[in-house]
Design a binder for this molecule. Structure first.
Ligand SMILES: CC(=O)SCCNC(=O)CCNC(=O)[C@H](O)C(C)(C)COP(=O)(O)OP(=O)(O)OC[C@H]1O[C@@H](n2cnc3c(N)ncnc32)[C@H](O)[C@@H]1OP(=O)(O)O
Ligand SMILES: O=CC(=O)O
Ligand SMILES: [Mg+2]
Length: 531
């Protein structure tokens, strides 16, 4: 690989093994990426801000006139490599948790999406431990011994691997060039690529990624250019890297074709990231007087705007011969309560059944116990490796109005309580270094917590933020319910657990996110300053 002296510096602590990831050569590559692409990243983030101002003035997104030719053209993505043809079940989990990485790869899922994004709190130790874990997993040397002496290692036939780097908005403050933090996305992508590209190719696969939170095809173009540059740097053919874009923001829903087109040499399709998508709907339209969402529990995949987006993703992908992967049901197994457990499994099953019927080519699960549930449905209803040829959805037409349709529903006191309590509990977990948390028997990650805090912000300020019993959601009501919910948490966790669990700190951040008139783009931005 090329050499060049650099001004890149690691300012985070170096613990055992960190020097095997943060090598001079790897840092040189990150330096090249940052110097080549860093400025474009900032410009694209500025474009997001400008677009938000349009939405705040009442504008609604629509399909772009300037890219009509791409939407109407007859092109396809490059043929998929053999191991990406069948993705019927993918399991996800934080890449920093060594035991979980092994369990995920042994789970029977086709792929493990190793998360360096919303299921992983980006503490320095998590960021580097994740890279150590993935490097060892790819070389099949990974092992783990738990407190009882149980040894974990990989089975012979384990899942394929995909990595999800942080989104374009995140920085890595512990690696700097001329004192300026590098992009979290480029660091995560780059370290994984640098250390594993050769080994992955030797294993008969390649570097595969999931790309989160894209808001436009120009952001996809930036990723594509990063991929092409990296392939050249490593001396491997263009198109070796493959990436699945998480279709999880409202503006991106209007640019599905364009995103696939930009990445056509590197595309492995789209995934319906439902939780961020709901968050994006609230965030983008938070200042529009006719748009408001009901309780989080009522915004399911069957409400019209969510349904429209999933169907459009399948239709668009299949027209371009790309896979359309489904999303994550929040239910996880419930230990020690058969009835609740059965209900949770039934909900996941219904979700996966809907996805298979609609034409998705595979789906996500949050827990190894759910792999068989999703497998059973896709094995039965998708005997072929995918449904790209079978489900064109040609007769379905999705309009801009359908993508934006405001769902009807209720805002309730229990919805307010749940948002406050779950939001604070999740942020506390995140501040403790754990970005995926089971709360009230549901999987919570940064995206689900974003919904909770964004709803509170909007309900307080929006004229229609009124409870079904007629009370307006106000700052006073928020403060009263927050105090009551904090009291409950104190009782539940005890005085010591409450203090060590960082609940006060989390509530402070939740207050800031809810009460400040400036809506924070992501909770992980002020959160990261506290890590
Ligand atoms: C909106 C989005 O971005 S979705 C994608 C991001 N979200 C995620 O990736 C969440 C992934 N899921 C998880 O992290 C976990 O399942 C949680 C946090 C929700 C629940 O975790 P736990 O409470 O530890 O689950 P539980 O106690 O049932 O674990 C039982 C076993 O399953 C394993 N396990 C649980 N979830 C996973 C997983 N996703 N991958 C691999 N193994 C897992 C545990 O390691 C544990 O193993 P052990 O029996 O060998 O000790
Ligand atoms: O990343 C997945 C989501 O639902 O958000
Ligand atoms: Mg997401």
């Amino acid at each position: 690989m090329a050499t060049q002296t650099t001004g890149i510096k690691v300012t985070g602590p170096m613990r055992p093994e960190y020097d095997t990831i943060l090598t001079q050569e790897a840092l040189r590559f990150i330096d090249r990426l940052e110097r080549t692409f860093g400025q474009r990243r900032i410009e694209l983030l500025n474009k997001r801000n400008a677009r938000q101002k349009d939405f705040d003035r009442g504008e609604r997104p629509d399909f772009l006139e300037e890219t009509r030719k791409i939407r109407e053209g007859n092109w396809q993505i490059a043929p998929l490599p053999k191991d990406l043809l069948d993705r019927r079940v993918e399991i996800t989990g934080p890449a920093s948790d060594r035991k979980m990485v092994i369990n995920a790869l042994n789970s029977g899922a086709k792929f493990f999406m190793a998360d360096l994004e919303d299921a992983m709190s980006p503490s320095w130790d998590n960021v580097i431990q994740a890279q150590i874990n993935l490097r060892d997993a790819i070389r099949k040397t990974i092992s783990f011994v738990n407190e009882k002496g149980k040894r974990y290692q990989l089975k012979d036939n384990c899942s394929g691997l995909m990595a999800r780097p942080r989104g374009w908005h995140m920085i890595e403050k512990n690696v700097r060039i001329n004192e300026v933090p590098v992009s979290g996305s480029l660091l995560d992508f780059g370290l994984f690529f640098f250390h594993n590209v050769r080994q992955l190719i030797e294993n008969g696969t390649a570097p595969y990624y999931y790309l989160p939170k894209l808001e436009s095809h120009l952001e996809a173009r930036l990723w594509n250019d990063v991929f092409a540059y990296s392939e050249q740097y490593a001396g491997i053919p263009n198109g070796t890297i493959k990436a699945t874009v998480l279709l999880e923001t409202i503006p991106a829903a209007f640019e599905m074709d364009e995103i696939l087109y930009e990445l056509r040499d590197h595309s492995a399709g789209l995934n319906c990231g439902r939780w961020d998508y709901i968050f994006s709907y609230i965030k983008k339209f938070r200042n529009q007087k006719d748009i408001i969402l009901p309780d989080r529990s009522e915004v399911t995949m069957t409400v019209p705007f969510m349904r429209a987006y999933a169907l459009l993703a399948i239709k668009t992908c299949h027209r371009r011969k790309a896979p359309a992967i489904g999303g994550m049901a929040a239910q996880i197994p419930v230990k020690g309560n058969d009835k609740l457990n059965e209900e949770a499994f039934a909900k996941v099953e219904a979700d996966k059944q809907r996805e298979a019927n609609d034409g998705h080519d595979g789906t996500w699960v949050a827990h190894p116990g759910l792999v068989p549930v999703a497998l059973k449905i896709f094995d039965r209803d998708m005997p072929e490796p995918n449904q790209i040829e079978k489900k064109s959805l040609e007769d379905i037409r999705i309009t801009a109005e359908q993508l934006l349709a405001v769902p009807v529903g209720h805002i309730t006191e229990s919805g307010v309580r749940e948002n406050i309590s779950v939001g604070i509990q999740y942020i506390a977990s995140w501040l403790r270094g754990n970005g995926a948390a089971p709360i009230n028997h549901l999987m919570e990650d940064a995206a689900t917590a974003e919904i909770s805090r964004a709803q509170m912000w909007q309900w307080i300020r929006h004229p229609k933020g009124v409870l079904e019993d007629g009370r307006k959601v106000t700052v006073e009501l928020y403060k009263q319910i927050r105090a009551e919910e904090m009291q409950k948490l104190k009782q539940q966790f005890g005085e010591t657990g409450f203090v060590s669990g960082k609940f006060e700190e989390a509530a402070g951040l939740f207050d800031e996110l809810t009460l400040s008139d400036d809506f924070a783009d992501f909770l992980t931005l002020p959160g990261y300053a506290r890590l």
